[in-house]
Ligand binder design. Structure first.
Ligand code: TIU
Length: 227
């Protein structure tokens, strides 16, 4: 039974009132293609070691969230094997030697069903936890995210994953415009660029929490454990 008691989470710019029965943990794109050598992230010229530091805090938060019996959603960025949902602009962006859909060390890059597209073993979805396959950076664009959240009475999102300034920020902005309150634990999000990690979090919590709140995993785990 999910508790109905509100839990106060230390956060910036001010405390977040977490309502567990109406809150979802949304783990964005913790996929091999972004976190392991040879994937899409590295193909774009990035150092994957920068984002791997988010794995352990996510693992602990996910365990606490599961233990409390709360709602969890995982997302994966990727495309149909026939590439019909891949905008030509996205395919050629970067002018690299390899593109989305080309053969990489973990199968076709960013293609659904390939090894590299799947979620890393440390954070693998449990049976019954929905996985949203998204072709864009935001979790709402061209997915059934809104429908799933509505059916489960979710109004608050704890958003984690990679990368802070791209898919996490895009999802938080999409969610904010749809009326969701978003809380982002800073140690559970990762960027290939330290300066974007900071700016991505600053942009969320600035101006009185223009897009949402920023906290850390310990504060969320403490709040969830109290229920
Ligand atoms: N390149 C980059 O920073 N991110 C992405 O392409 N996708 C996600 O953030 N998931």
């Amino acid at each position: 039974m999910v508790p109905d008691k509100i839990a106060i989470v230390d956060a910036e710019p001010y405390a977040f009132e977490l309502w567990p029965s109406h809150a979802a943990l949304v783990i964005i794109d913790m996929q091999r293609d972004f976190l392991e050598p040879g994937g899409f992230g590295e193909m774009l010229g990035n150092d994957v070691s920068q984002v791997r530091r988010a794995i352990e805090p996510n693992r602990m938060l996910l365990a606490a969230w599961r233990a409390a019996g709360l709602f969890i959603i995982h997302t994966r960025e990727g495309h149909r094997p026939d590439l019909a949902d891949l905008p030509p602009s996205k395919r050629v962006r970067g002018r690299g030697s390899k593109h989305i859909g080309d053969e990489g060390p973990m199968g076709r890059i960013l293609i659904r069903g390939e090894k590299g597209h799947d979620i890393i073993p440390e954070l693998y979805p449990a049976k019954g936890e929905p996985v949203i396959d998204k072709p864009g950076k935001g979790a709402f664009h061209a997915t059934d995210m809104s429908t799933i959240l509505q059916y489960h009475g979710i109004r608050q999102l704890v958003v984690t994953g990679v990368t802070t300034e791209v898919c996490v920020n895009t999802t938080v902005r999409e969610a904010n415009d749809r009326g969701f309150d978003c809380l982002v634990p800073e140690d559970c999000v990762g960027s290939y660029f330290p300066e974007f990690q900071k700016a991505g979090l600053d942009m969320i919590k600035a101006q009185g929490g223009i897009f949402g709140w920023v906290t850390n995993s310990a504060h969320v785990i403490k709040a969830v454990g109290r229920n």
